[in-house]
Design a protein around this ligand. Structure first.
Ligand code: KG4
Ligand code: ZN
Length: 355
């Protein structure tokens, strides 16, 4: 089965082609081609994503990118067997572009269209790495909008272990970065600044670190960062070292909590595999902290390829492929009717099989 994947939930247009036959042994082998257009430069002047601009840009990019991917894979539209698009969660207008284009394409070709959960895409993206994890595993999902720990038994078999009660980890990076006057998206910029920083100058809170549950809280961090920025006048870029030290402190605080809770999740479930996905999984400090802590438990951490950490079409094509294969095994699926809806807010647990 050849699947076209379309991601358009936020500020990246991602398109990919996935071949389930080629991916039958190692999932990565099924990824024929993928292409991405990032809108970061367009939104940078505004300090964050402008939803209307995002939607309009997805419209402009979607079909040209599809042509690029088809050409790279040496395939034609007529060879596609199904279209997978991101149904949610995300920006309503942006989601509508991918859902409408994907459904229209599927209708024109007389093939099925499937709406994919964006977080399921992230969750399964480490399976597209060269050395993928086996099920079951604990998954730490850390993106701009979500921070969750899940127990994953298989595709569509998820159990929520804990989640943030307020801001997401990526949001904490982004908001702290903004307070330091760094450009959007803040995570990578703050992480770069932190490389020059020393630990020890600033001590930031680690809310819920000691709580017995597997929940997170990051909203207190931005208040603490704001207080330091104001007190030491760190908006002024002349304070080069102090700014780097604060960035380092923010990164330490966030990665400390993510590491501790992920390790608790491994201990509580008795599992030895931890999968980390979503934009923040690109963070090098988080990776080295998790690797070191897991090694002490004889556990291993799996990450997506760096290019597949942030939003992309490959994870949507792959998640769509997994869901279609499950449906095929359960008796097949129909090409129509070509109705679609989007789910700007959508709980991943509600998509669990049997939920
Ligand atoms: O998964 P993603 O691309 O989009 C969402 O689904 O939200 O995640 C984006 C988030 C942003 O908050 C961004 O700042 C953060 O991931 N991020 C990082 C890094 N790269 C991306 N945060 C920390 N360090 C990074 N290297
Ligand atoms: Zn995402």
């Amino acid at each position: 089965m050849l699947i076209l994947g379309i991601e358009s939930s936020c500020d990246e247009t991602g398109i990919a082609l996935y071949d389930t036959a080629l991916g039958a042994g190692t999932p990565a082998a099924g990824l024929l081609a993928h292409a991405l257009h990032s809108q970061v430069r367009m939104h940078q002047d505004y300090g964050g994503v402008v939803p209307e601009l995002a939607s309009r840009d997805h419209i402009r990019r979607l079909l040209p990118l599809t042509r690029v991917v088809l050409k790279e894979a040496g395939k034609t539209l007529a060879e596609i067997d199904a279209v997978a698009y991101t149904r949610g969660p995300g920006l309503a207008g942006a989601l509508l572009v991918g859902a409408a284009a994907g459904s229209a394409l599927a209708m024109a070709l007389g093939i099925p269209a499937i709406g994919v959960h964006h977080l399921e895409g992230h969750l399964l993206s480490p399976l597209l790495a060269a050395d993928p994890p086996a099920f079951p595993f604990v998954a730490l999902l850390v993106s701009g909008g979500h921070t969750q720990l899940m127990r994953v038994e298989g595709v569509g078999r998820y159990e929520l272990l804990g989640e943030t009660v307020d801001d997401a980890a990526g949001e904490a990076f982004d908001k702290s970065a903004k307070l330091l006057g760094l450009s959007y998206p803040g995570g990578p910029a703050l992480s770069k600044l932190a490389q020059e920083g020393q630990v020890g100058r600033y001590k930031l809170p680690r809310p819920m670190l000691g709580s017995a549950d597997l929940n997170f809280s990051f909203s207190g961090l931005k208040t603490a960062v704001l207080t330091v920025v104001r007190k030491d006048g760190l908006e002024d870029t002349a304070h080069t070292q102090a700014r780097a030290d604060l960035a380092r402190a923010v990164e330490e605080a966030i990665t400390d909590v993510l590491t501790a809770k992920s390790i608790s999740a491994l201990q509580q479930t008795g599992l030895k595999r931890l999968v980390v996905a979503g934009g923040v999984s690109a963070n090098h400090r988080l990776r080295s902290r998790l690797d070191a802590a897991a090694a002490k438990l004889d556990a291993r951490v799996y990450y997506p390829e760096l290019a597949l950490c942030t939003d992309n079409g490959a994870m949507i094509a792959y998640a769509g492929a997994c869901r279609l294969q499950l449906q095929a095994a359960a008796g097949g699926f129909e090409a129509g009717p070509y109705r679609f809806d989007i789910k700007p807010r959508w709980d991943l647990n509600s998509t669990a099989i049997g939920a």
